[in-house]
Design a protein around this ligand. Structure first.
Ligand code: ADP
Length: 381
């Protein structure tokens, strides 16, 4: 192994093993790599076995190494998100259903596929925390596709050097497991038009080119190979900064869908889901006051994203918990039965208001205006 290769092998070795887990931060304490044993312990991973099984050729070491990364950090067994789990976003949902879900579900109605088949490339854009990842997962769940979730910023920062090959193997595995969905979030971090202006790294440029080549290959398969057209690979990209995207990528993501801030009705749905009135703690105490004013809370939270509301709700749920935690610490109640009489108060409107005052919405009116004007020029209807 030369130095660069040994380094990247070490980085791979340091990665977490859980499927779908966030990659570990760059390791400061690298262990010397002896090269004597398999650093990927792939035989332990069911995901790896499943991925590699579909490959119709004997994969060489490099392919196996890259497939091991994909099985650990990119491949997700079953995202288990339904469209009904997502509050609001009715326009985005119906555009997605029409573009991907229905052509997959009712292929006989969308014939011939070269004219009416599902859209292979789709861009979800909008403020962070509004449900883009949830929508991608829902597509994979509803269409029963194999799901690959890759963070574009990891491709740049973590797998630099390997990223071009990783992209190639990723698409290859996705084709072998078709129908598949490749979801790439923060796509602007690799496909920004600024890259070329700022004297881009050679490796990044090669990876960008590889991604574009792979995307071209996907769309062509519609016409050339009827079997592949029947089992497609979808490429979904998400970004908070659509105006930064490289025009070459935009051209390949013909369907562009704005995933906007939640409406009042959607916010009420989310409050009801995150602060449910019937849920109890381990001792049977209700977590939430039966008089909680969901409608009013939704009304006063214009500008908050779904992710914000989840945080606010968690913060509100912590208020009564903190009160009993303090009492327990004071009384030194180590035994669970002794702790039982400590009754948790249910979450009230005042507690949610207090949580709201700590967490302000981060999306400004100017930013929303910027999304709207970008949508005017580039969005799908
Ligand atoms: P994005 O990809 O747009 O940054 P995510 O899809 O990752 O946002 O959303 C982050 C979290 O916020 C989700 O896991 C979910 O808990 C919550 N959330 C955001 N939007 C919605 C929504 N429309 N319905 C339900 N939950 C939502």
């Amino acid at each position: 192994l030369d130095d660069a290769k040994a380094d990247s092998a070490l980085d791979l070795q340091m990665m977490g093993t859980a499927v779908g887990s966030k990659p570990a931060p760059a390791a400061a304490t690298k262990m010397p790599y002896t090269g004597s044993s398999d650093p990927f312990s792939e035989h332990q991973s069911v995901g790896f076995q499943r991925l590699i099984k579909a490959v119709p050729f004997a994969p060489n070491t490099e392919f196996r190494e890259l497939a091991a990364i994909i099985s650990r950090d990119i491949y997700q067994e079953n995202p288990c998100v339904r469209f009904t789990d997502i509050a609001g976003l009715d326009t985005a949902k119906s555009l997605i259903r029409e573009a991907i879900v229905f052509p997959m579900k009712y292929p006989e109605l969308f014939h011939p596929p070269s004219l009416l088949g599902p859209w292979r490339g789709l861009l979800l854009y909008g403020p962070p925390g509004t449900g883009k990842t949830l929508l991608a997962k829902a597509i994979a769940t509803e269409c029963g596709t194999t799901f690959f979730h890759v963070s574009a910023s990891s491709l740049v920062s973590k797998w630099r050097g390997e990223s071009e090959k990783l992209v190639r193997v990723l698409f290859e595995l996705a084709r072998h497991h078709a129908p598949s969905t490749i979801f790439m979030d923060e796509v602007e971090s690799i496909m920004s038009h600024r890259g070329s202006e700022n004297g881009e790294h050679e490796g990044s440029r090669r990876m960008k080119t590889e991604l574009l080549v792979q995307l071209d290959g996907m769309t062509k398969s519609h016409n050339s190979d009827p079997d592949k057209a029947a089992a497609p690979v979808f490429f979904l990209a998400a970004t908070n900064l659509p105006w930064d995207l490289d025009i070459a990528l935009l051209r390949r993501l013909e369907k562009r869908i704005l995933v906007n801030l939640p409406t009042t009705a959607a916010r009420e749905c989310m409050f009801r889901a995150y602060l449910p009135q019937t849920t109890t703690d381990a001792f049977g105490n209700l977590l939430v006051d039966s008089d909680l004013g969901y409608g009013e809370l939704a009304h006063i939270t214009d500008g908050y994203t779904g992710a914000d509301l989840k945080l606010v709700s968690k913060e509100a749920l912590m208020v009564p918990l903190r009160q009993i935690l303090d009492a327990m610490e004071e009384l030194h109640l180590d035994d669970a039965t002794a702790r039982q009489p400590l009754r948790r108060a249910p979450v009230t409107d005042a507690m949610v208001h207090a949580a709201l005052s700590k967490l302000r919405p981060c999306c400004s009116a100017e930013l929303l205006e910027k999304y709207a004007s970008w949508a005017d020029r580039f969005a799908s209807t």
